[in-house]
Design a protein around this ligand. Sequence first.
Ligand SMILES: Cc1ncc(COP(=O)(O)O)c(C=O)c1O
Length: 360
Amino acid sequence: MTRAHPHIARMSPYTLAELNAPKGKPLISLSQNESLRPPSPTAVEVAARALGSSMLYPDPDWTDLRHALSDLHRIDAAGILCGSGSLDLIGGLARVFSGPARAVLAPAHAYPFFRTAAQLADARFDTAQEVDAVVNVDALLAAVKPDTGIVFVANPGNPTGTRIPKSDLIRLRQGLRPDILLVIDEAYGEFADHLDERCFDLVQEGNTVVLRTFSKAYGMAGFRVGWGLFPPAIAAELRKVMNPNNIPASAQIAAAAAVRDDAYMRETCAMTATLRDRASAKLEQAGFAPYPSFTNFLLLNMGSPGAAASADKRLRSQGIFLRPQGGAGLPHTLRMTVGAPTAMDKAITTLNQWKKEDQA
Ligand SMILES: Cc1ncc(COP(=O)(O)O)c(C=O)c1O
């Protein structure tokens, strides 16, 4: 029988949200951190028009999209690579810069795909404690081993929603050996851009990468477009393992149009923050102690793993899906995406009923 590589055979597939509403109940998904708003109307319009040219391969260099991003962020277009979602870039970086002799390090409650990426590369996955679900630079530096090859930090984090200031990331970079690649994953970066702490300048060091995505603030998860700013030597190696035609033309065109419609994306971020903070206050009052969030989701502290599982069961019975976070080492929590106000209200009402009846 044909056998997979032993490190692949040992792995479990990456698990996405389970979304099966009970018969007769409409599905309410607040589980995948998708945007509450569709993409910019201009992006949808140009993408639809581009479909008619689908007999052609897409631009392998994402030229127009790179220039749009370069103009918006005032960064060098030559340093930008685009992926089929940022998952593509995370997986590629792990394949190129980690392996059996080069371990991956991440915070204890990091985005679970960092672990999967390490497993795909047959690399050991080490973690460093966080304090109150906030990345701790001292713990990360103390967890560095002689064979550490990559440090992944999502900022803001998922599933925590918390963030560390840029000064901490600078301190982390300065404390890491120069041969260690630091990957700063800013999938939720747009929700914190008003703080004026963009990290693109850290890439100049030559051993730091910043990743972003169109899946969150731009509301384009279905288009599968992620991107990053890379030092030239890192980009050259990463491109070797990437699918040379990785993003459909319609998705590239849509993403470039979305970048040029910055006002729409900023409006989405503002709407999300308003709804998030309103929901957070209601949840706080109801005793669910949400962690501070700089993203489009809230992490609820349910008090214990048993309570989180019981509340999750009740929500599911009503067709409402939040995301339990045992996989990220936070079994006492549930993560709630900021969605439509009616969906959020239904979830909060159900949580309140559960608390009254099951926790009485
Ligand atoms: C921290 C983080 N990084 C990366 C991703 C992957 O996003 P995508 O592949 O859709 O760009 C996600 C998605 O939830 C995320 O939360």
